[in-house]
Design a protein around this ligand. Sequence first.
Ligand code: 6GU
Length: 237
Amino acid sequence: MGGRVIPFQTTILTLFPSMFPGPLGQSLIGKALAEKLWDLAIIDIREFSFNAYKSVDDTPFGGGAGMVLRPDVLDAAYQSLQEKAVGPFYYLSPRGTPLTQEKLVSLSQEAGVTLLCGRYEGVDERFLQKRGIEEVSIGDYILSGGELAAMVLLDGVLRLRPGILGSKESILDESFSNGLLEYPHYTRPQVWEGEAVPEVLVSGHHARICHWRQEMAEKITRERRPDLWHLYEQRKN
Ligand code: 6GU
C-alpha cells in the first residue's frame, strides 16, 4: 500500500516529545503512519536551550503568573528545521483563528504542515511576529498545552489524505461537508429495547431514504446548531 504517494510531512515542535504519536499511532491514522503515507518529525524544543539547566522559558516582563517561552530558544528550534518543514507553520493557541473543516481540507492539499505547541503562559510575542507565524485555535476553551490541539488538527487533516480512510463516500457524506450535521444512523438489531429502526430505512426505496436523511439532517441542524442552519439557508437562497 505505502510508497506510491509522497508522504504528508508533519513536523511538531514541542517540550513533550513523548506525547507523540500518541493517539495518532492508533487505528487508520496509525496504520497510515506505519505505511509511510505520512511522516512525523518531532523536534524537542529543550534541545535548543542555551544553558546547562536546559531552560527554555522565563518569567514574563510586567509580572504575572506562569512562564513564557524564550524567543531565542524557539528560533533556534525553528532555524533547525530547514527542508523538513514543508507547508504552513502554525502556532496552536487559544488566541488563534478558529480551525474549520474548510481549513482542514485546504491543509490536506499541502505537502505537509509544521506545528508549534506552546506550554505555560505562552511564547514571546516577538518570535511570532518576526517569523510571521499564524495562530490557530481548536475552540473556545483552554487546554494546558498545544499538543492535544496539534493532534486534533493532524487527525482532521490526515483522514482527508488519499489512501488513509477506507471509503471516500464517508468523507463526502459527513457533517459540515454539505453545511449540515449528519442524519441519524441505525444497524442491527432491527428492534432494540422495543424501539424499531425507522421504517423507511428498511423499505429498500433509495429515493425515499435519501429524502428522509436530508430531512433529518436539516431538522437536527435547525435544533442543535441555529448558527449553521442560518448559514445553510443563506447559501441556498
Ligand atoms: Cl490550539 N491550545 C491551547 N493550549 N488551548 C486551546 C487551543 C490551543 N485551542 C483551544 N484551546
